[in-house]
Design a protein around this ligand. Structure first.
Ligand code: IMP
Ligand code: MG
Length: 189
């Protein structure tokens, strides 16, 4: 008999509206520990310059808000909005820029913060657009990386975790706009 592990408490989580999760991939404590480490890595990597942390909405909003509080140097925050998935769980392939940051990017050290790298199409497209704005440096920080992307033109300098090739929700990640508010990351049934 095959059975999936259902950690105690998750099945009864009222935030899931009755939907079963297959398993918790990263719990709250694991996320907090790794985000603090990433904050230290980023602090050590930017010794001078004007750091602009650019969050890719909506998926990065929780990760970004935890991360910037672990970066121990001056910085500014702005956001980008791209859309690629619609309501599905499979990338549609087209990446549109829906909101462009108002902050001047030229001469800044830009850290693009992404929730998860899946096909890598979003990053390929956004990095190309951002490079044209002549930042002093441009790096990627991704909380999760599925390591399945082929033809990735830009690799993430900072990665929280390698992720299983499953559809993940929580800690900012959604399925059809639901489950972003889960404090842990789970894979859907
Ligand atoms: P990519 O362009 O295929 O790399 O897709 C990146 C974007 O797709 C991420 O920023 C997420 O918003 C979304 N995405 C990719 N994989 C997942 C997943 O497992 N759960 C939820 N969203 C995902
Ligand atoms: Mg999404």
């Amino acid at each position: 008999m095959t059975s999936t592990i259902k950690p105690v408490g998750v099945k009864a989580d009222p935030r899931l509206s009755g939907r079963a999760v297959k398993r918790v991939a990263f719990d709250e404590g694991t996320l907090a520990t790794r985000v603090a480490e990433l904050g230290r890595e980023i602090t050590a990597a930017y010794l001078d310059g004007d750091l602009l942390v650019l969050g890719l909405l909506k998926g990065s909003f929780i990760f970004l808000s935890d991360l910037v509080r672990q970066i121990n140097r001056p910085l500014q925050v702005d956001f980008l909005v791209a859309s690629s998935y619609g309501d599905g769980t499979v990338s549609s392939g087209t990446v549109n820029l829906v909101y462009d940051p108002e902050t001047e990017l030229e001469g800044k050290d830009i850290l693009l913060v992404e929730d998860i790298v899946d096909s890598g199409r979003t990053l390929n497209r956004l990095m190309t657009i951002l490079k044209e704005r002549k930042p002093r440096s441009l790096e990627i920080c991704a909380l999760l990386h599925k390591r399945i992307a082929e033809g990735l033109k830009f690799e993430a300098k900072f990665v929280g975790f390698d992720a299983p090739n499953e559809f993940l929700v929580g800690y900012g990640l959604d399925h059809a706009e639901n489950f972003r508010h889960l404090p842990y990351i789970a894979s859907l049934q």
